[in-house]
Design a protein around this ligand. Structure first.
Ligand SMILES: *Cc1c(COP(=O)(O)O)cnc(C)c1O
Length: 478
């Protein structure tokens, strides 16, 4: 087991010598420590080795196949980082856009252009770059829906979410002050249309749909659902976290969605997963433009960009333009792929998911046996008969050098295993994954204890996950 950096500490060992300050600056007593800080004492080499070793124990897209369903862990091209680090962008103070727009034309242009690109991709009329993540975008969208109904004097109380919705959907609706009506899925994995109709009233403010949904299925009856919702003046919200499945194929705005968010960190390639900076840009149709958060960016007749405010804005939901670095990465990625590249990405993502599904359905139970979009959801139901659960299968994959897929989500599938390979993986990598999954399925029936004891190649095999998150040190001492 690896020692903690504190355990490696040797009294008096140094990495750098900060020297003695020349002008002995005196801090007030209330700012001074009463005892020495407990920093580890190590040489530079000790520190380098410690963190390099730690980093090698990690899983990342750069080191391992990472088919985490619903998360779109595609490869993030390094050129994105180069763009985000350009000194002209990275060093610009965010208020320059307001106070000295002539000195921030490039940055304002990026905000303007990424919004236009997303309008083109989604069919919406305008976007805000502010929200920091998908869930933040959902809350922003709910505020916009509420502002719309308030302006019209509509009395609304409910938001409808299909049962297969991502957990953040009902949570955002509730945070925005609405009561949530959850509609079960039918035998095909879609929102049950009859139950939906029965719940639709004048008190429904909006309907939130994830498309394709969390079992990787595109609702065939979505046009009907939108028609019904609009009859009651309920707005349609599109959770765009799964946009990677439909780029260049369907535009949510064209089929009648009113509000949507796009997870730039998923579909448009920013490293994510460790809680790093993200972006959940929100787009709206023409009738909702006035409610978008401010500031916004417009272009005047001379082609100069300037900061503006929306007429009946819900106000800012973040400072300035949100996570600007993430906008730059997405902008670079979209320009690099171009129209054809973006369509190609979606086609490959869907093909890869269907390939995995077709190869594995003989070994794992497939609850919705129809062609999928960019991800496929299995159930470990067959393996449970031998005492092997989805969790055990996930752990066994770690031993085989693969990041586990999403498990136990969506909730509508018992023992769910949700696989999203993404377009950036080669046929060879998919075949390795398929072989590992088949190997696990076979062992699950012949030697289930081998799967149940996984992982065997890691520092710790199966920590109590809650305890590991809350009491890091105690777990490491065990
Ligand atoms: C990831 C995801 C979200 C939430 O997005 P964050 O950026 O993680 O806040 C919402 N809905 C679906 C379907 C998702 O996959």
């Amino acid at each position: 087991m690896m020692e903690l950096i504190f355990e490696k500490s040797m009294s008096g060992r140094r990495g750098v010598d900060a020297g003695t300050p020349k002008n002995n600056i005196k801090l007030g007593v209330k700012f001074s420590r009463t005892e020495d800080s407990k920093l580890p004492e190590l040489s530079e080499l000790d520190v380098v080795r410690h963190f390099t070793k730690l980093s090698r124990k990690n899983f990342s897209v750069d080191t391992h196949f990472y088919p985490l369903g619903s998360c779109t862990m595609k490869y993030n091209p390094k050129v994105n980082e180069v763009a985000a680090a350009l000194p002209g962008f990275a060093g610009l103070h965010p208020i320059t856009g307001q106070l000295m727009p002539e000195a921030a034309q490039g940055a304002l242009e990026v905000v303007y252009e990424i919004s236009s690109q997303l309008c083109e991709i989604t069919g919406m009329a305008g976007f805000t770059t502010q929200p920091y993540a998908g869930a933040h975008g959902e809350l922003t969208g709910i505020f916009i829906i509420a502002a719309y109904h308030k302006a019209k004097g509509n009395k609304k109380k409910y938001i409808i979410c299909p049962e297969a919705a991502h957990g953040t959907n009902p949570a955002s609706a509730a945070m925005g002050g609405y009561e949530v009506i959850s509609i079960p899925v039918d035998a095909e994995g879609e929102m049950d249309l009859d139950l939906f109709k029965a719940k639709m009233t004048n008190e429904v403010a909006g309907v939130m749909m994830t498309m394709p949904n969390t079992v990787g299925i595109f609702h065939k009856r979505v046009i009907k659902i939108i028609e019904i919702a609009h009859k009651f003046d309920a707005l349609m919200y599109y959770d765009g976290a799964n946009l990677n499945a439909i780029l260049g194929k369907v535009r949510p705005g064209d089929i009648g969605f009113d509000v949507m968010h796009v997870n730039l960190h998923k579909t448009f390639s920013t490293p994510h997963g460790g809680g790093g900076p993200g972006s959940g840009m929100v787009g709206v149709g023409k009738n909702l433009l006035e409610f978008l958060p401010s500031p916004c960016v417009r272009k005047n007749v001379e082609g100069k960009f300037f900061q503006c405010t929306n007429e009946n804005s819900i106000g800012p939901v973040a400072s300035f333009y949100g996570n600007f670095g993430v906008l730059l990465k997405a902008y670079t990625y979209i320009l690099m792929l171009g129209r054809e590249g973006i369509i190609d990405a979606t086609e490959m993502a869907v093909l890869n998911a269907n390939y995995v599904m077709a190869k594995l359905k003989e070994y794992y139970y497939l609850p919705y046996d129809r062609s999928c979009m960019h991800e496929c959801t299995f159930s470990a139901r067959n393996q449970v008969k031998n005492g092997v659960h989805a969790l055990d299968i996930a752990k066994a994959l770690i031993d085989r050098g693969i990041h586990p897929p999403t498990i136990y989500f969506p909730l509508v599938v018992e023992e769910a295993i949700m696989i999203e390979p993404t377009e950036t993986e080669s046929r060879e990598t998919l075949d390795e994954f398929i072989a590992a999954m088949i190997d696990i399925a076979k062992l699950a029936s012949t030697a289930p204890e081998k799967i149940k004891s996984s992982p065997n190649t890691t520092e710790i095999s199966r920590p109590d996950e809650t305890k590991a998150a809350k009491e890091v040190k105690t777990i490491c001492e065990q």
